[in-house]
Design a protein around this ligand. Structure first.
Ligand SMILES: Nc1nc2c(ncn2[C@@H]2O[C@H](COP(=O)(O)OP(=O)(O)OP(=O)(O)O)[C@@H](O)[C@H]2O)c(=O)[nH]1
Ligand SMILES: [Mg+2]
Length: 1024
């Protein structure tokens, strides 16, 4: 094993929304072709791939795991993935290693939020998808639909999935998934459903053989190919013609024995499409016959006879009608064969797949080659070529990608080696009893145990090998295993195209990496995650003495979970970031029981906020005033009186803010700042990284310009439109810095140089560095001003002003990282900072230069920095500051009778309902809403309690939104005074409460009345 030739290998994953039946389907495939690890009787019940206790207990999958199946002469590596939003990181790791994806959709529940997400993941990773409509039995037994109704429903799902795919393909998918979901649904009215013609471009078409209809629970499934083959002889038509006719508005005319359209059947006839007549009706008959009390034995026998099934009489005699049904159905339409023959026929082998996926895996890079690097470049190109060809010869360079690291208890490792010899597992490089394995796929060459290999991080650049030492390490592979779910089967070597587990990289890889036999190789592109971990808690040991154990545990956990993030906050807390509550709970449990083995204290979730100012009506003239420095400003002077700082602030329009916020990764590359990896991202965030454009600057520039256009206030006059554009062109030419951390959504603009100031002070000019990098202006030199200066003294003052530029930028960075409300980062603000520096006394007459006063000079930079910071923060405070909070997009499914309690829970959580819709043909209501992150903890639990477990909710990070409430609200107008009194009894509003909570957590002063109702207290105390 492990030595199959590429054309006989398929690497596939199963993707779907939570609970749509992935693991149940995997069970059947394993029972049939997993080499006897699972008895067919247990298939569907055991959930073999959910081998963790926590997975069995909660009945959801939490990690992706692989198993290798032998189907006929093919080797199929199957990866089962989780469907719960909290574990979507595992979907990314599964998709990266696969070439094809079985996308499951529950035939009753239809397309759900995670279905969108997994389709997107498959599309990003360039996987070949096949659609599997599962739980067909529910249509018959639960919804009791007629075959015709069921057909309409199936057709609608196929249509919906296709339109999602075509949106991805045409890259029209420019708005968030949630806005599509929240908008009017794109369903087609029932009346004309029959006339939907399949579009040639559609990804999923039953006659192409990439759609299967299955019931994983009862172990049967089919694609129209099977039925076409069967009916070809019966109806005397070619199976190719039948294949086309068995889906869509095609009818069989029994008189003429012709396949015709609806018109030819005559308007009034009760004809059913062929799919209904020849496929669904027999199925319905079998189900009804088997499950009806009066026993439709005759019907069953008829089916058995007409489809030539051989079923042992013993099984037919079974008292349990469900068992009889399963034995008939699984013989008639065996599930595993249907699925795996579809996989073998429709999904590419690694050779075909890698040539398709290469542009995604190792994007082509434009490099200006000089003589020194050309050799390196040539070899890197050769390596890329052999990945593209999936060259599995031993001479080919060996390249593999590790998509995650996972921990297994050392005692679970196989005790025997490849040749049956005993191996000593205790000589592990890890100090604990956990052993780390790499979940990897070989893309070129042959990997052998004991081989030495280079481990390249995603930041590695072979052209700068000298400065890249920290991004490349050399490691020795300890052993290789084929994965059989939990089981591991040692192999001596494995060829390109295989998925393996590798031991021996624990100390070299944290989460993912590229392995290569040569240093001259580009690392694989990073995986795209649907969301980033947003739920943060601080963790400390109950007994402070256990700190060392906790830190070690956190290190191991960070290693073992591809998605968790462990950081130390600026206040020294150990912060754990997870994707959601279920994920967090599992992490804490793992930490307590496995990795740290100490008892822990977990803080309430740390919610992040942002700070901004109130939305204004954007008018070009306001921006013009702002740009020219003539709008309202704050003035501050440094303690030594030498520098006067004037700050103005204005709010950026929302679309521009969003583009800046989303593009932090790209901006980081361009501006040279840190990437905003830890910042919260929306679903759409990473779209930029998918676009395979080799010029990120141009893409970003276009996005910025588009955002500005879309932000133009609706209904403004043509003349103003022009002004708007002129203003923005001017503004874009003056971007000095972005903040916080150089990539955030706040802008520092260079001050408007108005010529010489009246007194002797000199303006700190700054330079539009970011505008230059983005190409909004050409690179301009800044030295001409100093040379303009007449005397030596002013010349040195200009020089001094130049050196203060960094202080102004640092001051801006500090202020944008911690706003005035509760020291959370600012969001979507633009600042103009004018710092005027006046000469030292005595400097004017030219007797001294600053160089003679080094200490004072050093101190001044610090003073300017703090003054700029204070002035920026005060400017925000003066301009109606507002708190910005993160919102989750939430999808709820509730039976009608529980709608009342569900709305009560939503209202308590400050949720905003976007859409509510009855799911046709089922008693379920689907509700979409935005729920503030701060209110989301315990939300799912509360919902379950109040609706007796009947409602389910899925949350996914959506976007940031400013609270419209003024946190410092005091009644002023007459109406307000009438409503709220003089303000002494106004309870703090939500914004204020949130701000105070954060301030308290951070140990900042909080204005609070300790005695709220003095009179009441006195009355109580008197006890009369
Ligand atoms: N009626 C019916 N139930 C099914 C079918 N397939 C799966 N189920 C049930 O659906 C539930 C979820 O099945 P799983 O296989 O665990 O679903 P999953 O997609 O792996 O779920 P996650 O891994 O948690 O995302 C189980 O209770 C199954 O018994 C089916 O064809 N018909
Ligand atoms: Mg599962």
């Amino acid at each position: 094993m492990g030595d199959f030739d590429c054309p006989k290998i398929r690497n596939i994953c199963i993707l779907a929304h939570v609970d749509h039946g992935k693991t149940t389907l995997a069970d059947h495939l394993i029972a049939s072709y997993g080499g006897g690890v699972l008895h067919p009787k247990q298939a569907g019940r055991l959930r073999f791939m959910d081998y963790l206790d926590e997975e069995q207990r909660r009945a959801i999958t939490m990690k992706s795991s692989s198993i290798s199946l032998q189907y006929k002469d093919h080797s199929i590596n199957l990866i089962d993935s989780p469907g719960h939003m909290d574990f979507c990181g595992e979907v990314s790791t599964a998709a990266r290693l696969s070439d094809g994806a079985l996308v499951l959709v529950d035939a009753v529940e239809g397309v759900h939020i995670q279905t969108h997400a997994v389709l997107r993941q498959a599309w990003i990773e360039k996987l070949t998808p096949c659609l599997v409509l599962n739980k067909m039995d529910r249509l018959i037994c639960e919804l009791k639909l007629s075959p015709m109704e069921a057909y309409n429903r199936l057709q609608r799902i196929v249509h919906e999935v296709n339109s999602i795919m075509s949106a991805y393909k045409s890259e029209k998918y420019l708005s968030d998934v949630d806005s599509i979901l929240a908008g009017p649904s794109g369903e087609v009215g029932d009346e004309n459903l029959e006339f939907i013609e399949d579009d040639e471009e559609d990804t999923f078409q039953p006659h192409k053989g990439n759609v299967a209809f299955v019931c994983a629970l009862d172990g049967w499934g089919f694609s129209v190919t099977e039925f076409a083959g069967f009916y070809a002889s019966k109806l005397g038509a070619s199976s190719a013609a039948l294949l086309k006719a068995l889906w869509g508005p095609r009818y069989f005319n029994p008189k003429t024995k012709m396949i015709v359209g609806k018109k030819a059947m005559g308007g009034g006839s009760k004809a059913r499409p062929m799919f209904v007549q020849f496929v669904l009706e027999p199925l319905w008959q079998v189900y009804q016959a088997a499950l009806e009390a009066d026993g439709g034995k005759a019907v069953l026998e008829k089916v058995i006879k007409s489809f030539n099934l051989s079923i042992p009489p013993r099984e037919l005699q079974n008292k349990d009608p469900k068992a009889v049904l399963q034995s008939v159905m699984s013989r008639w339409l065996p599930l595993s064969d249907t699925i795996l023959s579809m996989v073998v026929k429709r999904m590419p082998d690694p050779i075909a797949a890698q040539s398709l996926r290469i542009t995604r895996l190792i994007p082509k890079r434009e490099v200006i080659s000089d003589r020194i690097v050309s050799e390196v470049l040539a070899e890197a190109e050769l390596v890329r070529k052999s990945v593209e060809l999936c060259d599995s010869s031993p001479e080919a360079p060996c390249v593999a990608f590790v998509s995650k690291m996972f921990a297994v208890p050392s005692k679970m490792l196989p005790q025997k080696g490849v040749n049956g010899e005993l191996v000593n597992n205790s000589t592990d490089d890890n100090e604990s009893d956990e052993c780390f394995l790499a979940f990897a796929r070989i893309f070129s060459g042959v990997l052998c145990s004991g081989q030495r290999i280079f481990v390249l991080s995603a930041l590695y650049d072979p052209l700068k090998a000298e400065s890249m030492q920290k991004h490349v390490q050399e490691a020795e592979l300890h052993s290789l295993y084929l994965m059989m779910g939990q089981g591991l089967k040692p192999v001596a070597s494995a060829k390109a195209g295989n998925v393996v587990a590798i031991r021996g990289l624990g100390q070299h890889i944290l989460k993912s990496a590229t392995l290569s036999s040569t240093k001259n190789c580009w690392p694989f592109s990073s995986m795209v995650f649907q969301v980033s971990p947003t739920l943060k808690v601080a963790i400390e040991p109950t007994d402070p003495a256990d700190m060392v154990a906790l830190m070690k545990g956190l290190r191991l956990l960070n290693h073992a979970d591809p998605f968790v993030e462990v950081t130390v906050s600026s206040r020294g807390e150990h912060v754990l970031a997870a994707a959601g509550e279920v994920h967090l709970e599992r992490c804490i449990k793992d930490l307590k029981e496995r990795f740290a083995k100490v008892s822990l204290e977990v803080s309430p979730p740390l919610v992040s906020y942002k700070e901004t100012i109130e939305d204004e009506a954007f008018h070009p003239l306001d921006y013009l005033k702002f740009l020219s420095g003539s709008s309202y400003h704050i003035e501050r002077t440094t303690p030594n009186g030498r520098c006067v700082v004037q700050v103005q602030v204005v709010k950026l329009p929302p679309a521009l803010t969003k583009v800046l916020d989303d593009s932090s990764d790209v901006l980081g590359g361009i501006v040279g700042g840190k990437s905003g990896h830890t910042s919260d991202k929306s679903l759409e965030t990473q779209r930029t990284s998918i676009v395979e454009d080799d010029n990120p600057v141009e893409v970003l520039k276009k996005r910025i310009r588009d955002a500005i256009d879309s932000d133009m206030p609706a209904g403004i006059a043509d003349m103003d439109k022009e002004k708007w554009q002129i203003v923005w062109e001017r503004l874009l030419k003056r971007i000095w810095a972005l903040g916080p951390r150089q990539v955030g959504p706040n802008i520092l603009l260079t001050p408007d140089y108005k010529g010489k100031t009246t007194d002797c002070s000199v303006l700190v000019q700054g330079s539009p560095q970011v505008s230059e990098r983005l190409g909004f202006v050409g690179v301009c030199s800044n030295g001409d001003l100093a040379s303009e200066a007449s005397s030596l003294a002013t010349h040195s003052l200009y020089q001094e002003a130049e050196t203060l530029e960094n202080s102004v930028v640092s001051g801006f960075q500090l202020a944008s990282a911690a706003g005035p409300l509760c020291e959370e980062p600012m969001w979507g603000l633009a600042f103009v900072v004018e710092a005027y520096i006046s000469p030292l006394i005595g400097q004017l007459n030219g007797s001294e230069t600053p160089h003679q006063q080094p200490e004072q000079y050093g101190i001044l930079t610090g003073q300017v920095m703090t003054t700029v910071k204070d002035a920026c923060r005060t400017a925000v405070l003066q301009k109606k500051p507002r708190l910005v909070e993160a919102l989750y997009f939430c999808e709820l499914n509730t039976p009608t009778e529980h709608l009342g309690p569900m709305y009560a829970v939503l209202a308590r959580r400050r949720a905003r309902v976007l859409k509510e819709e009855m799911q046709e043909g089922s008693p379920l209501f689907t509700v979409h809403a935005y729920v503030p992150v701060a209110e989301s903890f315990g939300f799912a639990d509360e919902l379950r309690r109040w609706t007796s477990g009947a409602s389910s909710a899925l949350l996914v990070f959506s976007h940031w939104e400013a609270l419209s409430e003024d946190p410092f609200f005091v009644p002023k107008t007459e109406e307000e005074l009438e409503e709220f009194g003089d303000g002494s009894s106004v309870p703090p509003n939500t914004a204020r409460k949130l701000i105070d909570a954060v301030r308290r957590r951070k140990g900042l002063p909080v204005e609070e009345k300790v005695v709220q109702h003095a009179t009441k207290q006195r009355t109580l105390a008197r006890k009369v």
